[in-house]
Design a protein around this ligand. Structure first.
Ligand SMILES: [Zn+2]
Length: 57
């Protein structure tokens, strides 16, 4: 399983996501970022940052 904590990118956010693979993480995190943080576009830089912070659990 993969795990990502939104708070690693957005300080103060308590949302965490778990999924079978990285694609599953993005499928949850992208709508969350748009709805909760007003991030309408996931730039390549942001995607790389998130990818680097995804841990295997
Ligand atoms: Zn968040």
């Amino acid at each position: 399983m993969k795990r990502f904590a939104c708070g690693d990118v957005i300080p103060g956010c308590n949302a965490t996501f778990t999924a079978a693979d990285e694609a599953g993480i993005f499928a949850q995190a992208v709508p969350h970022a748009a709805a909760e943080h007003g991030i309408d576009e996931v730039t390549p830089e942001l995607e790389a940052t998130v990818r680097s912070l995804i841990s295997t659990v």
